[in-house]
Design a protein around this ligand. Sequence first.
Ligand code: GLN
Ligand code: ZN
Length: 758
Amino acid sequence: MTRSANLGFPRIGARRELKTATEAFWKGQRDHAGLLAAAADLRARHWAAQRDAGIDVIPSNDFSFYDQVLDMTAALGAVPARFGHDGGPVDLGTLFAMARGTDTAPAMEMTKWFDTNYHYIVPELHAGQRFALSTTKAVDEVTEAQALGIQTRPVLIGPVTWLSLGKAKDPGFDPLSLLSSVLPVYEDLLRQLVAAGADWVQMDEPVLSLDLTPAQRDALARAYAVLSGVGPRLMVATYFDGLRDNTDLATSLPVDGLHVDLVRAPDQLNAVLDSLSADTVLSLGVVDGRNVWRADLKAALGPVETAVARLGGDRVQVAPSCSLLHTPVDLDLETDLDAEVRSWMAFSVQKLGEVATLATAARDGRAAVADALTASSDAAAARRASPRIHDATVTARLADVTPGDAERASPFPVRQAAQRARLGLPAFPTTTIGSFPQTPEVRQKRAAFRRGDIDQAAYDAFLKAETERTIRIQEDLGLDVLVHGEFERNDMVEYFGEHLSGFTFTRNGWVQSYGSRCVKPPVIFGDVSRPAPMTVDWARYAQSLTDRPMKGMLTGPVTILQWSFVRDDIPRARTCRQIALAIRDEVRDLEAAGIRVIQIDEPAMREGLPPRKADWDTYLAWAVECFRLAASGVADGTQIHTHMCYCEFNDIMPSIAALDADVISIETSRSDMELLDAFVDFHYPNEIGPGVWDIHAPRVPPVDEMRRLLDKAAKVLPRDHLWVNPDCGLKTRGWSEVKASLENLVAAARGLRQADAA
Ligand code: GLN
Ligand code: ZN
């Protein structure tokens, strides 16, 4: 019988209950028992919701107080020495210390989970490291669900993915060499799971969607040769891309089930069916776990019926493409959403209903779910035909784009001369990345305005006063290129989404970003255009208050795309071009309003890279083109900046240079300017501001520390290309540290100027 399965349910709660409970615990406002009770309540509700949606195979251990990779790290007892763990069970306090750091031990590093906006905690691995089963969480959740009458399939991060995501902390050491040390712990855990009553275990091995080294391939084969004999049947799950050259490897693992992502890689089905070994269950990820759109059930049923015809119904499961961690919880809460757009959407609960319908159709025939199939087709047809998503002006404009639109009028050296003459900046010019502290007062005023407690005029007056104050502070500090402070913006993507057509916003469409932090991505549902200027009034007002150049601040098209839920009915590249043209109009309007320096932030440029290297060039080509379309409509004398943070530049350096921004500011201070190496090796042609103040830590860097970083940068980059700036925006910092740090930053720049003059 074809069964419906889920790979993971969002754990934060439809109203972010887990965030509320966890943060209250951190603040000491809720005790340990209270936090555990809140978590158990959420798990019970989520299991029941999945059962009620008609899901046969329900996951457990997909819950986490912080992150599922960290949970696996804790289960293996891989606690870094600085947390003073004595080797016994890893408790919640230790888990939170690893994630968030303590007064004496810095937190473990965090990085993005494949190409999602979810961050996991990076395992720290050492040569000769020892492991021992150190938590009972996975086993406890099986038992807990059973007590509620629900049989679950626990989820573990598989050993090869866990090791591959880890960071080697000893030089020349290969984390995969630890495989034989971690396997006994996995065996131990699998034995306990089976003893607790789990007949199947889901082993997440998303590395199977990546380009694998021979060592990784070998490790996968070795790991599952061992683990498949332990007891529970294993469902190896991979997602976010196709198996491609890993198909034979995946299908030859001696396991009982394989899950593949047919949303990202529908074409892999036949190859997988051809090489699947007899008896292996195939789980088909046919409902998009990364987006908010309703599935077209008839279309999704195609591969399911193909697989059932080939394998028989018993060997087929229907599932979301990946864990629903990346999708909000329940569309039913979105009572304010435009009814038409809402009728095209599905969140986790609705997606599981779709999965169940597809399984029923495969089991009992299409006629058994005829109404649901018709409703789905009708919604899909209505969406395709809706005038709300098609804008003929946007289509015509895209068709008119010429290659010249993505080229500045002159090459960089000509522009540089024009900008120098026009701006008259000193050597080592100082600037900031855009935002200034979003104090409790700023946030309270915004909330009051949104509630209707204060009117537009009062809110604007407050923002203007805050902006003016910030400009005076920058003048007093002696900064060269000023910013207005971004007080009118809640979020660098949401602000632009709210001003563009084709976007809508949810009330509770939260997805976990890291730990208790959630984001509510805008939803792009239609062709994007800019009905009116978005930032020009603020920029003009700010520039009117000072003679120094005021930077216009924009978010770039790739970042707006990357941090939104995107349409699934046209290619991402096309939506990105639409956004690029809207930003282009804004850039030109800023220029016309007398703004001489315009920054287009692209912090998400790198995270959009596809999982497979073979796809990088295609992505980078359109991403770069979109940035250039946005940036190239201005005269030589208008200086375009861009900003990127958290970025490994080495492997995409040619594309960073191809953006052809006049100035780039990047994060480098945390790595002691190490990240600069890429710019040096590549001979980065344009001007560059390597961040000299790590704004992510609440600390005022002394002048000589910033000077040392600048001297380091000045040794390897042309001195007359260097800017002096912090790492990132200052919105999370307090005013006193901002003033003190910027005073030091300006002093460090002046020190360099004096050294050159002497
Ligand atoms: N201009 C933005 C700011 O200063 C940039 C934020 C970012 O890089 N993530 O807040
Ligand atoms: Zn940044």
